[in-house]
Design a protein around this ligand. Sequence first.
Ligand code: PMP
Length: 428
Amino acid sequence: MLTQVFETLESNVRSYSRSFPAVFRKAKGSLMYTDNGDAYIDFLMGAGALNYGHNNDFIKKQLLDYMTEDYIMQGLDLFTVAKSEFITTFNELLLKPRGLHYKFQFCGPTGTNAIEAALKLARNYTRRSNVISFMGGYHGLSQGSLALTSNEYNRKAAGVGLHNVTFLPFENNSGGFDSLAYFEMILEDGHSGIEKPAAVILETVQAEGGVNVASPQWLAKLKAICEKHGILFIADDIQIGCGRSGDFFSFERAGIVPDIVVLSKSLSGYGLPMSMLLFKPELDVWQPGEHNGTFRGYQLAFIGGKAALEFREQSGLEAAVKEKSAFINRFLHEEIATADERIRIRGLGMMWGIDLSGFEDTLLAKKIAQDCFKKQLIVECVGREDRVIKLLPPLTVEQDILEKALGIVHDTLRQHLGAQVSVQATLA
Ligand code: PMP
């Protein structure tokens, strides 16, 4: 199928289709198929919305059964059986075993809408307006969330000033700058000139920002500072949550309990739009309807979300992710990083970055990703100047597909570096 209809009639704002200009028709598991039937390995995975793979059979069955019975599809925020079952399952399978006590707030279906809700809640609860965000952070592109997103290119499109946010350098991207010491200094010095914030918001692993992984120690220290000063800690788990870090919540590895958790993307399990806040019950200062929205009750998303949690339990997904993560980690360090000392590898769970910013060629990562696409592997570039290749396989990725994809990255990278291609026996 030709791409002309998109190129002539769809707005210039389209983005992913520029890097991956094929027309897709079908998808299953880790693969997407074009209109011509060509199979692509998808390591973009709906930018993190498809942790359980495309058209996961276990989840699909429950969605189809639900639709066959003509159960309610759109329910605003009415009480429904589907919502009740989702809340109960989430509470029983995830919150209770972790000793977490949270209230649920269902938001408009995109991540950015839940971020807007989190901001409003934190500001109304604390009666403060400033919020701390981190350089390299991505929290969405609506006005409030865009103010938290550091990327200059995105910010320029706002058309208005983006205020009430103070940025700090993130842990591993600050050239040794101790941003937590600076944060404490700001809070304690009456001459810092920076308003005491309502909240701190962060991704514990910055995804779009270049796969920057905060250490558990740093996260725990940040949380302790927040507690000491009565500042809310908001974990944006939209991309790194829902099992991608290895645990269901990305902050578990730091042993901290955020005041507010933001979830979306893979929450519905099937790529269906859904977003949600979890927050400590004492924060619930909302008046009825203050953060209203028509699409806060997409019932299929509740059904998919519940099925995804059951699938996670029944398929032993968490253990499988830890195994695959160790495999990727080893491969990237032993087979990729060894190609050149300027290559840096970062990641956790099933989100990995190959950082090529140490090379003179600013387009190297992009060229490699483009060549991977020619070999039918979809990988995205992220970070400053898009110089980090991000690998985002589904958590359910089959071992042979994982090895094939890593082999493509390996060969393409080595070809670009002009080095000898020496594919491991494991990839033969
Ligand atoms: N936060 C994070 C961490 C994200 O990765 C994204 C999307 N890339 C968002 C917020 C915004 O979500 P959405 O695109 O659904 O508005």
